[in-house]
Design a protein around this ligand. Structure first.
Ligand code: ZN
Length: 267
């Protein structure tokens, strides 16, 4: 691969930026252009790893990043949803990408309503058209009470888009029924009025109350999600999630988001 450095452009740069964002270098935005803030964050990353801090991503920096779970994938944008089929559960390609895709922003608005907002400085938004009052509902996912963790939900109650309530509950019921709840190690969040991390224009599915994050420690943004059997792996949960209309962030090509599930099909 080519070295990435100040001025480089393209999806490899974007993947690198998502990795830095996932590692909490907050000044970075995923613009697909290796800009000054990406350079600074890269230098910080190299310093932290004891590499020579030149801001250039060559083999040594890449190798270190891989130790942190970063896997760069060379692909064309048109291959974004190319389906890889495998029955090998020990593969990084298991489970295969489902036969549906994430929703475009237009389709998301069609289904879930249009959010009008003002951007706040911290990546969050302030909703100005009372969209949340109309669409966000407090729903109970009783299985959350079976996690040891008590934060992030209120006695099993969470905030979710009301159109997603039935599918969300059905999914958690199905996970429980199939004995899969033990693979849920932690719950992070569902509704959260904010942009996609690293963007200042695109709303996150969390802003629509149609997404949730689990097993966040082992499945950081921009990292390859652990394989079946590895600590924090949630891959065994994915086939049922797909069945209930949830697309898994581990199936994104541009940047993996293994903790993330989003409603992409309504029944
Ligand atoms: Zn998420």
């Amino acid at each position: 691969m080519k070295f990435l450095k100040l001025g480089s452009k393209g999806n490899l740069v974007e993947q690198w930026q998502y990795f830095l964002i996932g590692e909490e270098y907050y000044l970075v935005n995923a613009t697909a252009t290796f800009d000054e803030s990406t350079h600074m964050a890269t230098v910080q990353f190299q310093r932290m790893c004891g590499l020579s801090p030149d801001g250039v991503i060559g083999p040594a920096t890449m190798k270190k990043a891989k130790d942190f779970g970063f896997l760069i994938e060379e692909f064309e944008d048109k291959d974004e949803f190319k389906v890889k089929v495998t029955n090998d559960m020990n593969s990084y390609n298991w489970p295969a990408v489902p036969d549906f895709r994430t929703l475009s922003s237009d389709k998301t608005e069609d289904l879930f309503g249009e959010i009008k907002f003002k951007a706040l400085s911290n990546g969050n938004i302030k909703i100005t058209n009372r969209w949340d009052k109309k669409h966000i509902k407090r729903i109970k996912v009783s299985q959350l009470n079976k996690l040891g963790q008590r934060w992030g939900h209120d006695d099993g109650y969470i905030l979710f888009h009301k159109k997603g309530e039935d599918q969300m509950k059905a999914l958690w019921d199905a996970w429980e029924k199939e004995g899969l709840l033990r693979y849920v190690t932690d719950w992070c969040c569902s509704y959260s009025p904010r942009f996609i991390r690293g963007s200042k224009t695109r709303l996150s599915n969390h802003a629509f109350g149609t997404a949730f994050d689990i097993n966040i420690r082992a499945n950081g943004l921009g990292k390859v999600p652990p394989k079946v059997g590895d600590k924090g792996s949630l891959r065994l949960l994915v086939p049922l999630a797909n069945k209930f209309g949830f697309f898994w962030g581990g199936h994104y090509r541009k940047r993996k988001d293994g903790m993330h599930f989003e409603l992409a099909k309504l029944f």
